[in-house]
Unconditional design. Sequence first.
Length: 368
Amino acid sequence: MKPIHLYNGCLRSGMGATLAEASAAYLDGRLPSAQWYDLRELGEQRAYLAAPASNLQLEADLEALARECLADEPGPFDDVLLVIASTTLDIGQMEARVAQGEPFHNDLSTSLDRLAAGLRDSLGLAGAFTMNTACTSAANALLYAGRLVASGAYRRALVMAFETPCQLAMQGFGALGLLSPSGHYRPFHPQRDGLVLGEAYCAVMLGEQPGERPLARLLGGFSACDTSNLTTTLEDGSHIDWVMRQALDSACVTSADIALVKLHGTATGANDIAESNGMQRLFAGLQPPSCVLKPYLGHTLGACGLSETLLLLDALRQGPLPPVDYADEAMLALNGAPLALPPEALLLSNFFGFGGNNASLVLQGAQP
């Protein structure tokens, strides 16, 4: 794959209203404060990492985010492709309207396609695609947008991802027994007890040039669906290992070139085991340092491929990553001390999701 630059990143999450706020909190090792909500089926409470409140509606929020990302870009934007990724879509907004007494009907919903088409028309963009592949949605959006820009089909791309507070997701993950009762998000810890959901809205530009606020180059990546099971991937890690190898091959690098692995790390039993086994297959006894970001952002579902990528890339440009306080007990080689990397280090970023859809990205950091 021809390398493509990522730049002009924007993020609103439980870590703050901007990417700069999130990076500063992460580098200080400051975990966000969780909100708690009732898990109706069990009569218990679960944690949620909410983003700073906005008085706008979803469509207006997304347009404001897009304009922020495009602010430094020369117009017109008729050479820009839009790709939007999400899992919860507009369900939270629809739930709020029903809760206010509005009868449920089809017109309550604004489909992801309609959201994308509306943004395309409002901003004068060249085209709009959508991506909904569970936890890999935004990672796949980056891959497909990058390939289309590299092929010359579009000169630039605007990739956006969002996950909103949504009772369907909150209650559904709870019914599956996947949410942490303690609220302590600890991927790869022997006593991990599940995930914590998080809210996020994020965007980034892709192009052949680095732009005003460069973050990294996307060197390659790979995505595939493990069809051996309806909901999960093989716990022996064989499919995950294969996806990571294909990603490295697409970037023309080897596992020995990787300086840091951003793990998916949901802190659920089967997923952490599968990723651990995949990492051991690929790296054997030469595993590079690894980091986990979901304790800071929460699991932002379809947005995690972009929210976690932006947080990691921006933080690496500013200082050493904070240590993981349970690194000595972890199943994989998490950093137990502050971790500083050269600005142009090679990174492998993993996203292994529900339904067995697995994706890995190969990135190279940009100079500050």
